[in-house]
Ligand binder design. Structure first.
Ligand code: ZN
Length: 136
C-alpha cells in the first residue's frame, strides 16, 4: 500500500464545544469547521496542525460508533487516517493481506472524502481509516 501522508487524527470527545475551547485556548489552534455526519452519528470539529488535520468527534447517539467507543474506553485517540490514491485498490490489497475490512467499499466521510475503515483487531489495535480526496 502506498500512503502519501497522515490525513487526520480522530479524537473521541464527550463534549465538542468544551474540547474546541481547550484546543483553541491551550494550543492556539482555530476550529475552521463543524460538520455533522448523520451516517456515522457524529458531530466533528476540524483543526489544522501544520499540514495534518485534527478531527474531534462527539457522538450524537450513545449507540453510534463513537458513543460505544467512549463507553468502552473513554475519550481519547479514536483513529488515524492515511491518505491514499485509488482507495478501492488499496482495500483489495488490504483484504489480500488478511486485514479485516469494516467497509468493503468506500463511503462518503467528512469534507467529501471517500473513506473506509480497517478493523483494529487486524491492525495491531489501531483503527485505521483510508481516505482519498477525489476532488483534488
Ligand atoms: Zn476520520
Amino acid at each position: 500500500m502506498k500512503l502519501s501522508h497522515i490525513e487526520h487524527i480522530g479524537i473521541a470527545v464527550t463534549n465538542l464545544e468544551d474540547a474546541i475551547n481547550f484546543y483553541e485556548k491551550v494550543f492556539g489552534l482555530t476550529c475552521y469547521k463543524i460538520e455533522e455526519i448523520a451516517d456515522q452519528k457524529v458531530r466533528t470539529a476540524f483543526f489544522m496542525v501544520g499540514q495534518t488535520k485534527f478531527e474531534l468527534l462527539q457522538s450524537t447517539d450513545p449507540e453510534g460508533p463513537i458513543g460505544k467507543f467512549i463507553k468502552k474506553k473513554g475519550p481519547g485517540i479514536h483513529h488515524i487516517a492515511f491518505s491514499v490514491e485509488k482507495i478501492e485498490e488499496q482495500l483489495m490489497h488490504a483484504a489480500d493481506m488478511g486485514i479485516t475490512l469494516i467497509d468493503c467499499k468506500p463511503r462518503k466521510g467528512a469534507e467529501g472524502l471517500d473513506i473506509a475503515f480497517l478493523h483494529p483487531k487486524t491492525t495491531y489495535g489501531v483503527l485505521i481509516e483510508l481516505c482519498e480526496n477525489k476532488k483534488m
